[in-house]
Design a protein around this ligand. Structure first.
Ligand SMILES: [Zn+2]
Length: 102
């Protein structure tokens, strides 16, 4: 058996890989039906969530296949996808630099 981990895993809608929730970017459909990129540190926004790894390949795959729409069961507006891309880029840059934001 694999060792037991306490890290909650979530599936990337881009590539289908399971990753620690903490490392993912969360997109949420609120109970009001709005779609938002959850930039809160602990993914606090309530609603149905979908996760993307902070990698541009995964974002593109999710975008092209409209996989976020399917995961959230709603049409994700372009503005949200743009916001998601910004967040992915920001996180990817952080991961690459290994430093926090100023
Ligand atoms: Zn992925």
């Amino acid at each position: 058996m694999a060792k037991v981990r306490k890290v909650p895993l979530r599936m990337c809608v881009g590539c289908g890989a399971m990753r620690p929730k903490m490392e993912m970017v969360r997109v949420v459909r609120t109970p009001q039906g709005e779609v938002k990129v959850d930039t809160t540190r602990s993914a606090k926004l309530s609603g149905r969530g979908a996760y993307v790894e902070p990698r541009l390949e995964c974002l593109e795959a999710a975008r092209k296949g409209r996989r976020l729409d399917r995961a959230l069961e709603v049409e994700v507006p372009e503005g949200v996808l743009a916001e998601l891309e910004q967040e992915v880029r920001r996180r990817a840059a952080q991961a690459a630099g290994g430093v926090g934001r100023p």
